[in-house]
Design a protein around this ligand. Structure first.
Ligand SMILES: C[S@@+](CC[C@H](N)C(=O)[O-])C[C@H]1O[C@@H](n2cnc3c(N)ncnc32)[C@H](O)[C@@H]1O
Ligand SMILES: [Zn+2]
Length: 298
């Protein structure tokens, strides 16, 4: 039988508001966890350690390769090149704001970053928003809590393709920097739209997936050379093979799943940023699920 936690656990912390586990729902049966570490419907376990909820099955396909990369030494090696890339775009904060400026959520919004990593975008968000995050790699999530201790209890080890939240939970949802190698792009876009209330902002941004095709190997017709320089930048062998094998057109996929989406070039044309606001409903507020917050206590 699932363990029932005392009611006190379900009372929001007066300083932090609700924890992610208070409103997360079971990936298997959809029951609300309501702060429990086991699903009240099917008993699936949802442990939380170090302020990070575990709501993910075994990783497959590209997510297995990406998860191992971001959790391992490859990302630590490659990170400096990513930082250099963003600095060349006029500074890291400025490069990130090219995307975050589209987050048109009202004051006291509840927002979700998918693939939050170590939370580098958090300091650029309005101070009255409550941000939550999911990622498939544990190490960056632990670094996120270290960087910003308020994120303890607001993070989940979860895939973009299977978000452990009810429909309309968030006022905005975005992903920045990992989308090209998500296992299932369509599923991730559908999930992001599902957990965001109608009228909420959705954003997906990343570098152009075929940037490596500007590599010397492609240019002179010896594609194997591209694997060498990508490895020299610090990427894992498996990750490099995945990069070279992925033939992905974000325009086709995003426009198909989020009709009417707007596309903005970012990072000097080397990246893309799709912004979508689902305006199917005239009354935007009626689709947001009612989770008590500091502003609107239970
Ligand atoms: C380049 S990092 C960007 C981190 C952060 N968004 C930022 O702007 O600094 C990409 C992140 O996406 C995560 N990620 C990759 N595929 C994912 C997926 N399918 N679902 C959730 N997170 C994913 C990775 O683990 C990694 O932490
Ligand atoms: Zn369940």
């Amino acid at each position: 039988m699932p363990r029932t936690l005392p009611t006190a656990r379900r009372t929001p912390d007066p300083e932090r508001g609700f924890r992610l586990s208070d409103f997360a729902r079971c990936l298997q049966c959809g029951a609300g966890l309501d702060g429990r570490e086991a699903c009240p419907g099917c008993a699936r376990s949802y442990p939380e350690t170090g302020g990070i909820l575990r709501a993910m099955g075994p990783l497959e396909g590209r997510n297995r390769i990406a998860g191992a990369f971001y959790d391992g030494p490859g990302w630590a090696r490659f990170r400096r090149w990513e930082r250099l890339f963003l600095r060349v775009q006029g500074g890291e904060a400025r490069a990130r704001r090219q995307i975050l400026r589209h987050l048109a959520a009202p004051p006291f919004s509840r927002v979700l970053e998918v693939g939050i990593g170590d939370g580098a975008n958090l300091s650029l968000l309005p101070k009255d928003w409550t941000a939550f995050g999911v990622d498939i790699a544990l190490k960056p999530l632990e670094e996120c809590v270290e960087r910003d201790p308020r994120m303890a209890g607001r993070l989940s080890l979860s895939e973009a393709e299977a978000l452990p939240f009810a429909d309309g939970t968030f006022d905005a949802c975005w992903t920045l920097g990992g989308f090209n190698y998500f296992r299932d792009h369509e599923a991730a876009l559908r999930e992001m739209a599902r957990v965001t209330r109608r009228g909420g902002t959705l954003i997906v941004a990343d570098e152009l997936p075929d940037l490596h095709r500007y590599g010397i190997g492609h240019l002179i017709g010896i594609k194997r050379l591209d694997a060498l320089w990508l490895r020299a930048l610090g990427l894992d062998r498996e990750f490099v093979e995945m990069v070279l094998a992925t033939d992905f057109d974000p325009d086709l996929v995003v426009r198909d799943v989020w009709p009417g989406v707007a596309r903005f070039p970012i990072w000097g044309g080397l990246g893309y940023c799709f912004v979508h606001s689902d305006t199917r409903s005239d009354s935007d507020s009626d689709s947001r699920i009612d989770i008590p917050t500091r502003r609107n206590p239970a």
